[in-house]
Structures are given as C-alpha cells and as structure tokens.
Design a protein around this ligand. Sequence first.
Ligand code: GLU
Length: 314
Amino acid sequence: MRKRIFALLTSLVLSLSLMTGCGETKASASTGEAASAPATESVAAEESETESVAAEESETESVSFGADTQAIIDRGVLRVGVKNAVIGFGFQDTLTGEYSGLEISIAEKIAESLGVDIEFTAVTAATRTELLDAGDIDCVLATFTITEERKNSWDFSTPYYTDYVSVLVETATGIKTLEDLKDKTVGVSSGSTSAKALTNAMIEAGVIDGSSFDADSFDAATWTEGVSFKQYDDYPAISTALSAGEVDAFCVDKSILAIYNTDTRDYIDAKFSPQDYGVATKKGSDFSVYVETLVSTWLSDGTIAGFVTENGLE
Ligand code: GLU
C-alpha cells in the first residue's frame, strides 16, 4: 500500500511539475500524499517510534495541500455529482442503492487517492452546475460535455470519454433521418448541449438554412427555424412526452438515450456532435489541478481504458 502511495506521489509530482512548473509542485505533492491521508495522523504518530518508518513518514509530512483539496480531506468525504440513470456511466440500482459505471469508478478512485469516503448526489443537466456553484458538491462526473463556453464558468479535466448526440423516436412515426425532423418538435433537457447540436447538424446536413444561426447566442427556447424544442427538467419527463406525442423526438447523447430505447422506439440514422466528457470542478480551485493530474495519469496508464471496458463501453 505504502509503495503504491509513494509511486502515485512521485508520478503526480512529476506530472504537475511538467504541467505547471515549480510554483505548483507543492500542491501536487500534497495530491500524492492525500493517498496516505486516510490512515492519517494516528498511523504517523504510531510509526514515528520506528526510525526507518519515521524517515519515510517525514517525507510525506513535509507536503501540504491546496486549501480546497485540504478541505475535502479534512471533511473526510468527497461529494460527487453523478447521473443515476445512465447505464455504463452513472447508474443507481434502485433496489440496493448502489451506483455503478465509468464515472462512478473514476470518482471512487479520486476519493481513494484523497483517502476519503465518497458521497454521490444524483444530478441532472440542469442541477449539476448549481450544486457545484453552491459548494454542495466538490466535482461533477455526469456526462458533462466540455465546451468553450462552459470553460468560462468551470474547470474541466482532460476528457475521459467521448460520446455523440443522437435522436430517439417512436418507430411508428416513421421518422428515420435528420430530414424527417424538419419542422418537428424535439424534447431536450434544460441546460444541455443537445438543441444546439441538433440544429447545427440539421444545418450541416442542408435540412435547414440556418442563416440566422449563431452558436454563441443560440437559445433552444426561441429557435423555430426548421425545428423547435421543448425543454424538460429531466430525461424521464422527455420520455413520457415522447410516448404522449407531446414531442416528435428525444435528443441527447447516445449514452443517455440508451435506457429509453424501448421496443416501440428507434434511433434516427444520425450520430453527430462529439461530446467530450470531463470532470468539472470550481473554476480556479486547487482541486481542479489535483483532479487533472489524476485523470491525465489514469488516461496514460490505462486505468480509465480499463474502467471503460469493465463498464461495457467502447
Ligand atoms: N452531455 C450533454 C451536456 O453536457 C447532454 C446533457 C447531459 O449530460 O445530461 O449538455
């Protein structure tokens, strides 16, 4: 265990030194040390009597954490916003209450590195940022797509997975392509990238003219040129609206749509707008640096690839 901790410490210090230069090395060292934090001070005190161990301990004791990361360690719990109905990413078993998926595995590994427990909060596209901004959660691993616009408000790690947007319809409607969606009403989640992605894909496919499309000012609530949108607070509500014929289609990332693809439904023949998922943290927080170091390490050492396979993703 101790060897693993020190290995992690070394690799984290190295990567952060490379990323940010000497100024940040202290914070990164603390990152690695976090791994030993759980056994914490009582262990350190006990072992200080043994010389060889004391020497080793002093190495870890000399490091400190950034204030945001230290606050999580002091609390003893990492609070993570996750999805609860996205199979393979963030899914909660309704009987056992257990969470599983790629994002759960990554979150648990971050908590393990910090040496703290983990607490999951189920979030939606609409609530995840509010909870993060309010400080109710420390990070979001919830199919949260990295966009230039979002980067102005939150820090994102390097992407750990890339999905695409797609569209689910009732098969009986005969809607099969982007062309068939012309002048239809599409259900999307509030706070998601979906409406803009679909409008853009329809413009690129030549289905709608799009001369008035402006990516920066696009608003799903007011767009009516060739397609219009109804926004919902969560995905079950869109699924219900699709069954009721309140909307003609349900648009979001394919990973999210999977659970709503019943026998009477089909995806249209289009997959567009790559969605890079990153771990989101408070902008400017030292915890962002901590998380980025871990994620980039786990991307290069195959840890995340292993989680992707274990969770049945490709
Ligand atoms: N991944 C997309 C987004 O971040 C879809 C919404 C969602 O994650 O629920 O906007």
